[in-house]
Design a binder for this molecule. Structure first.
Ligand SMILES: [Zn+2]
Length: 338
């Protein structure tokens, strides 16, 4: 069986896919991330989500060639642990996710990667980044994550590269969830935008955002809630999305000035939701800050949409080099670094 599994572990949802030998998605499933019970509960739910996708594909999880996980937090590939996943319940200490998940899925080998790095890699190998050798992935969602591919290879630095959300866009600016000030994520992250909307609403600012949230049966301002509010002409929602786009432009341009990639791919919940209509506005916000403005990079919306993270995770295979798109692309050494 050539089928492989991929799981995107997010703060609000767990997305699982089954891919065939070519990396094409043949089934998928999605469940809410448990908000209680810590890493053990999350691991059990990951296995259940993957099981649901596998059942839809007509395979058993134990027969999968591999199961890749795109995870937030600090990943220790050698030990197979994840630590400091701050968006997840009670997940600070290193947890042996490789061992525990492998057990829970009937023994299939499990590989770990950074959630945003694997999503970028998926866009690079299978999605909008296919024609290019260098790429900046920008994942605009609860936070603002980034991924870098240089000369055909993922660049992860010493494990913490591409944190575009923590590029400083305003010295001594708004407080970021990371505890620092003036980061891009403090203005463009959905979490920060929601906190700002709540503060403004508490101070008497009129907005439909929270009514739409309740009507949709949500407890947070999801991308869909923001989209509906903007569509309805909600002034606060429009203002906060505009502000996010303006800072995204500055942050992306700064990264472009440093890396000079051929393309920028915009993904993430808000990116996929607003990208198709707002791409020109994101470019307009970038351009005043792009140094080599006579030949800016292509700016594209992630082609794999919501499934990009899980699809990218499925490309992580333990004991096998990263599938090469170009012969020069992937070496076992490059893979081992991830
Ligand atoms: Zn920050």
């Amino acid at each position: 069986v050539n089928a492989r599994g991929g799981i995107d572990l997010g703060g609000t949802k767990i997305q699982a896919v089954i891919v065939n030998g070519r990396g094409a998605v043949i089934a998928d499933a999605r469940r809410a991330t448990p908000t209680t019970g810590g890493p053990a509960a999350v691991t059990a739910e990951m296995a259940a989500t993957l099981g649901e996708a596998a059942a839809a594909a007509g395979v058993e999880t134990s027969k999968l060639g591999s199961v890749g996980v795109g995870s937030p937090g600090i990943i220790d590939g050698r030990r197979g642990t994840v630590a400091s996943a701050r968006n997840l319940d009670d997940w600070i200490e290193p947890f042996p996710l490789v061992r525990e998940l492998s057990k829970a899925v009937g023994g299939a080998p499990v590989a770990l990667g950074n959630d945003v790095a694997v999503a970028t890699d998926a866009e690079f190998q299978l999605g909008a980044g296919k024609p290019y050798k260098s790429l900046l992935g920008v994942f605009w969602g609860t936070g603002v994550g980034g991924g870098i591919v240089l000369d055909g290879k993922p660049w992860t630095g010493r494990g913490a590269a591409a944190e575009i959300g923590h590029i400083v866009v305003k010295k001594d600016g708004a407080l970021c969830p990371c505890g620092r000030e003036g980061c891009l994520e403090a203005y463009a992250g959905r979490g920060s935008m929601e906190a700002k909307a709540r503060r403004d609403a508490d101070h008497g600012r009129k907005t439909e955002l929270f009514k739409i949230m309740e009507k949709k049966g949500r407890t947070r301002l999801t991308s869909g809630v923001w989209a509906k509010a903007v569509e309805d002409g909600d002034e606060l929602a429009i203002e906060l999305i505009d502000r996010a786009i303006s800072y995204l432009g500055a942050g992306i341009a700064s990264a472009v000035n440093l890396l000079d990639p051929e393309a920028v791919v915009i993904g993430g919940g808000l990116g996929v939701r607003f990208g198709p209509d707002y791409l020109e506005r994101i470019k307009d916000a970038m351009m005043p800050h792009v140094f080599a403005d006579e030949r800016p990079p292509e700016v594209l919306v992630a082609a794999l949409g919501d499934l990009g993270g899980a699809t990218g995770a499925a490309l992580l295979s333990p004991g096998r080099p990263r599938p090469a798109r170009r012969s020069a692309g992937a070496t076992p050494k490059a893979r081992a670094r991830r």
